[in-house]
Write a protein that binds this ligand. Sequence first.
Ligand SMILES: [Zn+2]
Length: 290
Amino acid sequence: MVERKVCAVCGSENSEQVLSPIDHTVSKQVFPIRSCLDCGFWWTSNIPLEKEIGGYYQSEEYVSHSNSSKGLINYLYLKVRSFTLKQKMRWIHNRIKKGLLLDIGSGTGHFLKEAKESGWEVRGLEPDAQARKIAKSINGLDLEPIESLYTSENGAYDVLTMWHVLEHVYHLEEDVNQLSKLIKPGGFIYIAVPNRNSYDAKYYGANWAAYDVPRHLYHFREKDVITLMEKNELIHCETIPMRFDSYYVSMLSEKIKGGSLLKALWIGLKSNWHAKKFGYSSQVYVFRKI
Ligand SMILES: [Zn+2]
């Protein structure tokens, strides 16, 4: 384990422990979260070594081996995914119509395939070799290992995308600095992360599934993301809601608590209602490179 004492947003060494969530998915271990006493940023304070974190990522559950009730969930999941992939492209097209797009943490490549079919020239980086293999076989994409982040050409990309990836990276400040260098002046970066200020986060407390320790190393609010990016020549343009995530995260959180699907839907709905005050369960932050 590595202990993290310094705030990655403001550099302060003053922090206090605020929450002790459990890794319900894999290890059942407790991973405390600390809060910066100066800027309020939260992070997972005792994390596995970078070379050991792979053991904390469960292998994916695929649609093929599912029972009937999971079958329905999977059916809905695929429907929602198809909708949200198109939605992501609409968010991009609202600002820029075509060019070279780099997706970081592409997984099995569904988003990149959508981008490619919408006329974009695409590149994708993915740390997991198995996921890269699947991306090749089902989506025909040649994803590159994550190390390419530091060998890619600076100022080459019109758009960078990170869909629920930034909360997983070990070297937050260095990586954000590098991301900024890769974008063309006037280009955009789209960053989706969970919002720990949301109603569902507050309601579920340590059982909020999007804490997802120790895989999630940081627990952002909108202001944390903006502070971090604006230190790197990235100007905040827009915050976009991800309205399905409140339901999905509430379902996972109720599963932890042994609660019902109905309760999850109710909390998801309430979270979206209260978003004006707290923000949505997950949000996409759009920044423009100076
Ligand atoms: Zn701080």
